[in-house]
Design a protein around this ligand. Sequence first.
Ligand code: PLP
Length: 383
Amino acid sequence: MKPCGQTDVDSIKFAEQFPLGSPPALSLELFKFMSTASTPIRHFASDNYAGICPEAWAALAEANAGHVTGYGDDAWTQKAADLIRDVFETHCEVFFVFNGTAANSLALASMCQSYHSILCHELAHVETAECGAPEFFSNGSKVLLVSGPNGKIDPAGIERMVNKRTDLHYPKPRAISLTQATELGTVYTPDELKAIWAKAKAFGLRIHMDGARFANAVASLGCAPKEVTWQAGVDALSFGGTKNGTHVGEAVVIFDRELAREFDYRCKQGGQLASKMRFITAPWVGMLQNGAWLRHAAHANRMAALLEEKLRPISPVKILFPRQSNAVFAELPRPMIDALRRRGWKFYTFIGSLGCRLMCAWDTREEDVAAFAKDIAELAGRS
Ligand SMILES: Cc1ncc(COP(=O)(O)O)c(C=O)c1O
C-alpha cells in the first residue's frame, strides 16, 4: 500500500470540502471527516502523531465560549485538578504545564538543589531527549545513569550509584526519576516500584515519575493509579495528557505537599503558566470525567498487542522487549526498514540501528495494524 498517496488524495478531498477562504467551523462534522476511514494513514512513529480525541475536542469547543478568567483561575482548571485528585484518591497538588519536558524538569527542580544529582535509567527521556532541561531548571543538578533490563531501573544499581562516591566533591544523590510506562514500553509493577522505594528510603532520595504514558501503564496493570504512585513512594508525577489524546499540556501531580510549595512560581518563571489556561485544562476534564483516558490507553495497548501478534510469526522479525503497553519494539533487517520507509511508513529506529519502535495511539485502527503487518510480511517474503 502507499500511505503517502492516500494522504494526497485525502488532502484534495479535504480542500474540496473546506476550500481556502472559507475556514470550516470547528464542528463535529469536521472532526468526523478527519477521523473517518478515508483519512490519512496512522503511522507507528509516535502516539503524539495522533490528533485530538473526541472527548478532548468536545471539551475544548465547550470551553470556547465567552470570557473566562485567565492564568488558571477558572472553573475548568478547578474541575480538572479535582478530577485528578479523584483519580489518585488523595489530596495532591496539581499544576498544568505545556509539555512533558517542562513537567519533568520542574518536578525534578522542586526536589533538588544545584549540587544534587538525579538518578535515572540510561534510556530515560530526561537524559536522552530533554536537551539538558532537568539540569537547567535545577540550576545544575547532575543526571546520573543507572542501567537495568527492559528499560527499568535495577534497584541494586541505585545502591551502587549512591555508594560509588560519598565525598564532598561529587553531586549528592537526591532524586530518582522513573518512567512509567518505560521508554521501552515495559511497565513497573507495584512490587517493583516498592523495591525502588525501599532504596529511596534507605538513601534519602525523592521519587519522580515521568508518566508521559502513565495512562497506558495503568491500563496495562489494571490497578488503581494510587497503587503505582503515592502508595509506592512516588512524590511527584508528570501525568501525560498529550500522548493520551489531548492537544497539549501535562499535569504535574505532587503528592508531597512540601514539594508543591511555591511550585506555581516555578511554573511562571519557567514560562509554563498559560494565560488561556482553560484550553489546557478543559480537555483533561473531557478525558477524565467519563474514563476516556483509560479507554483510549487500553485501546492503544490492544492495538500494540495485535501488532505484536501479527509480527511475531514473521521471519526475520525479532520482537525485542516484553510488550506491556502501547509500543512494540522489533528488530527488522535494514533493507526492510528502508523499503517500509519508501512505502511511506514512519517509525523510529533508536535501539541500535535496526531496533524499530512501533507505537500505537488512541486512534490506531485494526486496519492500520493489518496494513503495516501486511507490508512487512510481503517484504519478508521477498528476502
Ligand atoms: C517518556 C517520555 N517522557 C516525556 C515526554 C514528553 O516530551 P515533550 O516535552 O515532547 O512533551 C516524552 C515524549 O516523547 C516521552 O516519551
